[in-house]
Design a protein around this ligand. Structure first.
Ligand code: DPM
Length: 375
């Protein structure tokens, strides 16, 4: 598909983005990374609304569709009206639509979750808030972990883009605090509103949280080449491991799954957890690539076939940058091994119960009360 309308030949790169302030800031970040390296290129941004932007009255887990924030953008990629789309990696399902890949994962912002308190509670912590305080989040992952750690708090769904949510916190008296991703708060320039950063003993973060992903068509080699230069390697290793963990658990928006990952000197260490919806059950594990070498050490040149595949393999959607295949594969195996160990320890049942509790129940047909009148 890299004919005259695509790729770098006509020197215009069309970028698709959601239209929220945060999404636009993220899109500008990626555009600037690309523009710095390719001053000859021109970038055009097309914005659109996704289902996740339009349905604001339901918790995310209840809308019951994957790709909530990404589908419309992927349709534009597919029909060729844009060349790349920028997403928060955590909003991208671990299986992408046929023909789509992530050509670049950029450097991760602080991946942690944070508490942002209502101005009248700004010197409190979650632990010190009065009993019964209402915390706004529509993430089952956050709710399950925080219920476990802070049983005195109540949790309620809050939806809408970050501007809307913060306004709901500040202007109303319903929520005492919100739990948000540090990355979004920081990118919005609201860092000073962060009251408390949550460490992994109170709330592990979502798979991919804090990282930006650039999606493109898998056969668009010109774009893949361009994207390979803005890849952040340690972030890619960490997030491939996290996505493989999630994929193997078959989690998704409907199940509380969290991670905490470190990459130091090329060694990836992933800690992962699964919780029951009410937080009463928890299964956690930790694994480092140092200790998981039995699987794949180096087979980057495996069976080099006569026909070179046109496209590199993707790992949970992520295409390794040139030369990175064996490291990415290792990270991928790491996530899978960790997930399998949790499944063996009982995560399977917990996840199944969480999913069943969240399943979209078909509306109950009104009981017909048939009265036959004799006439
Ligand atoms: C997903 C979740 C949420 C977003 C679920 C989760 C949070 C929903 C909520 C998959 N996507 O995290 O367990 O808070 O009610 C989202 C945000 C960002 C990307 C905002 C946020 C920005 C951070 C990033 C919404 N998607 O989580 O506070 O780029 O990682």
């Amino acid at each position: 598909m890299s004919d005259e309308s695509n790729g770098t030949k006509n020197k215009v790169i069309r970028i698709g983005s959601r239209d929220s302030t945060l999404a636009m800031k993220q899109t500008y970040t990626v555009r600037d990374l690309l523009a710095n390296q390719n001053p000859e290129l021109v970038f055009e941004i097309t914005t659109m609304k996704t289902k996740g932007d339009k349905i604001l009255d339901k918790a995310l887990s209840k809308i019951g569709s994957k790709s909530l924030f990404t589908k419309e953008l992927e349709m534009a990629l597919e029909d060729g009206s844009v060349d790349i789309v920028v997403h928060s990696l955590k909003d991208l399902p671990t299986t992408l639509p046929e023909g789509m890949v992530i050509g670049a994962v950029c450097e991760r912002e602080d991946p942690r979750d944070v508490a942002v308190m209502h101005p009248s509670y700004k010197s409190e912590t979650l632990a010190s808030l009065p009993s019964g305080s209402v915390i706004g989040t529509s993430s089952l992952r956050r709710e399950a972990q925080l219920k476990r750690k802070y049983p005195h708090l109540k949790f309620e769904s809050v939806r809408g883009n970050l501007n809307t949510r913060l306004a709901k916190l500040d202007k109303g008296d319903k929520y005492t605090a919100l739990i948000l991703a540090a990355a979004g708060v920081i990118r919005m320039g609201w860092e000073e509103r962060i009251t408390q950063a949550l460490e992994k003993d109170s709330c592990m973060y979502a798979v991919g949280q804090g990282a930006l992903a650039v999606e493109c068509r898998e056969n668009d080699q010109d774009i893949l080449d361009l994207l390979s230069h803005i890849v952040h390697k340690p972030t890619t290793m960490a997030t491939v491991a996290e996505r493989a963990f999630m994929f193997t658990l078959e989690g998704g928006c409907s199940a509380p799954v969290g991670v905490s990952t470190k990459v130091e000197d090329g060694v990836v260490t992933v800690e992962g957890g699964v919780w029951s919806l009410d937080g009463s059950e928890e299964i956690k594990g930790i694994l480092s690539s140092k200790d998981n070498e039995s699987l794949d050490s180096d087979n980057s040149s495996e069976g080099t076939p006569a026909k070179q595949p046109r496209v590199s393999p993707a790992f949970c959607g992520i295409v390794p940058a040139p030369g990175e295949l064996s490291k990415i594969k290792q990270s991928y195996e790491l996530g899978i091994t960790l997930a399998k160990s949790l499944l063996e320890k009982g995560a399977k049942r917990i996840l199944e119960e969480a999913k069943a509790a969240n399943a979209i129940k078909p509306p109950i047909a009104p009981q017909a009360s048939v009265t036959v009148k004799a006439s």
